[in-house]
Design a protein around this ligand. Structure first.
Ligand code: ADP
Ligand code: MG
Length: 397
C-alpha cells in the first residue's frame, strides 16, 4: 500500500486498526504523517484513537458488519491490543492484508500457547521461560499441589485476558494455590515459579512480509504493582552482553513465528549462575508496547512508524536512537492530590524542564491505574536525563 496513493475508484490509501486505545492513537498519528487515511474499529465513542482518525467505525470488535466496513475502507489492517478476538483478524485476513496474523495474535493471547512457543524455540533463541506448569482442571490442581511444590512460591496467572498485573495471584503454599485458583474462577491457568528479579527489560522488533527484521536496543523497565512505571532507554541501561542476548532472542522469536509487524518481547534478568544464565523470557505483545513509547522522541523512527511500514509493505528502516531517554508513565493517580481530591497536574512546571515531551491520550476520566499519558525525557547524556526525570517525577508526585 503506497502512502498517499488513490485507487482507480478514487479511494485514498487507508490503514485500519482494530482497537481504539492510546496505542491505536499513536499508530494513527504515524500513519497520517505518511499521508495515509486511517480507520479505527472501536465501540467507545470517545476513544483515544477514534477521536483522531479519519474514519471511526463504532461497533464491537467481532461485529460482522463493522469488520466488513473496515475491510471495505482499508487495504491493510492491524490491531492495537492483544485481546482483540483472533477470529476477527482471521475474518479480515480473507480479503485484506492483516499484520500481525490471527494465528500469532492467538498464540500471544494464551499464556499456555505462548510459553509452548518460547520453549519450542529456546534452542535457537537461547532463552527459556520461568519453570511453570499448566492448571486447567481440579485434578491437575491437586497433582500440582502434591507434586510441584518446587514451583512455590509462585504466581498463578490466567491463561487468557491478563494484562497490567491483572488476572494473577502470588501464592506461597499449596493451600494458597487452591484458594487462588478458585479466586481466579477455576479457569485455565499457568503456575509460574517466582523468580528473584534483578531487573526487567523488553525488546521491540519489526518484521516485514519479506522477513526483513529491524530492532531497537533493549529497554530496562520498572513495574509498580504489575504496571509499567518507568522505562530506561540508553546505552548502559543493562550489561551489554545481556542486552545483546535479549535482542538476538527477540529476533529469533519473531522469525520463528513468521511474525509481521511490531513485536515486543519482555524478559526478566535474574541472578547469574542460575539455570537460566541470567535471562528469562516472560511474555510477548503482538503490537507496539508501552515500553517503546520513548522511541517517538528519542529515535529517528518510532515503533509506530515501523508498524506502519511493516503492515503497508514499505522498507523497514533500522531505527537509530539519537538521545538517551527515560519514559515516565502518567497513570490516573497523577490527577489526584494526596487527599484523593481531583487536581490538574502542573504541566507548565514540567514542560519548563529541558527535554521533556508530554503525550496525553485524550482520556476524559482519570482513574487509578488508568494510562492517561506519558512523559519522555531526552537530553545530551544519561546524567542530565536522569536528573530531569527525578525533578519531573517530583512535580508529578
Ligand atoms: P502482565 O500480562 O500483566 O504484564 P506479567 O506476566 O508480565 O503479566 O507479570 C507482570 C509483572 O509481575 C512482571 O512485569 C513482573 O514484575 C512480575 N512477575 C511476573 N511473573 C513473575 C515471576 N515468575 N517472578 C517474579 N516476578 C514476576
Ligand atoms: Mg507483562
Amino acid at each position: 500500500v503506497l502512502p498517499g496513493s488513490t485507487d482507480t475508484a478514487g479511494q485514498r490509501a487507508t490503514l485500519g486498526v482494530v482497537g481504539g486505545g492510546q496505542l491505536g492513537r499513536m499508530f494513527v498519528h504515524a500513519a497520517q504523517r505518511l499521508g495515509y487515511f486511517t480507520a479505527v474499529l472501536e465501540p467507545d465513542a470517545q476513544s483515544p484513537a477514534g477521536l483522531v482518525s479519519h474514519h471511526h467505525i463504532r461497533t464491537s470488535y467481532d461485529d460482522p458488519a463493522g469488520l466488513a466496513q473496515l475491510a471495505q475502507l482499508c487495504q491493510a489492517i492491524t490491531t492495537e491490543f492483544e485481546n482483540v478476538p483472533a477470529q476477527a483478524l482471521h475474518l479480515l485476513a480473507q480479503t485484506r492484508a492483516v499484520a500481525p496474523s490471527a494465528a500469532v495474535v492467538g498464540i500471544a493471547q494464551n499464556r499456555i500457547e505462548e510459553k509452548a512457543h518460547f520453549a519450542a524455540c529456546a534452542d535457537v533463541s537461547g532463552v527459556n521461560c520461568a519453570p511453570y506448569t499448566v492448571i486447567e482442571t481440579p485434578a491437575q490442581l491437586q497433582a500440582v499441589q502434591e507434586e510441584r511444590t518446587d514451583l512455590l512460591p509462585g504466581i498463578l496467572k490466567t491463561a487468557r485476558m491478563g494484562y497490567d498485573g491483572k488476572g494473577q495471584v502470588r501464592v506461597k503454599t499449596a493451600t494458597e494455590l487452591g484458594a487462588a485458583w478458585e479466586e481466579l474462577g477455576g479457569v485455565a491457568c499457568v503456575l509460574e515459579k517466582m523468580l528473584p528479579l534483578k531487573a526487567e527489560c523488553s525488546v521491540l522488533v519489526a518484521r516485514g512480509w519479506d522477513g526483513q527484521i529491524v530492532s531497537f536496543a533493549p529497554q530496562r523497565n520498572v513495574h509498580v504493582e504489575g504496571i509499567l512505571a518507568v522505562t530506561h532507554a540508553y546505552e548502559g541501561n543493562m550489561p551489554p552482553a545481556l542486552a545483546d542476548r535479549a535482542r538476538d532472542a527477540a529476533i529469533s522469536i519473531a522469525h520463528h513465528l513468521g511474525y509481521v509487524g511490531v513485536l515486543c518481547v519482555e524478559f526478566f534478568v535474574v541472578e547469574d549462575g542460575t539455570e537460566h544464565g541470567g535471562l528469562v523470557v516472560n511474555e510477548m505483545a503482538p503490537r507496539p508496547h508501552n515500553s517503546g513509547h520513548y522511541t517517538l522522541n528519542a529515535c529517528d523512527a518510532s515503533q509506530f512508524d515501523l508498524q506502519v511500514h511493516a503492515m503497508a509493505g514499505l522498507p523497514l528502516p533500522q531505527p537509530r536512537q539519537h538521545s538517551p531517554a527515560i519514559m515516565l508513565n502518567l497513570l490516573g493517580e497523577v490527577w489526584f492530590d494526596a487527599d484523593g481530591l481531583p487536581r490538574e497536574p502542573d504541566w507548565c512546571s514540567v514542560l519548563r524542564l529541558p527535554g521533556t515531551h508530554l503525550h496525553l491520550y485524550g482520556k476524559l476520566q482519570a482513574r487509578a491505574g488508568r494510562k492517561m499519558g506519558h512523559l519522555t525525557i531526552t537530553g545530551p547524556d544519561v546524567a542530565s536525563v536522569t536528573s530531569v526525570a527525578r525533578r519531573a517525577a517530583g512535580l508529578l508526585g
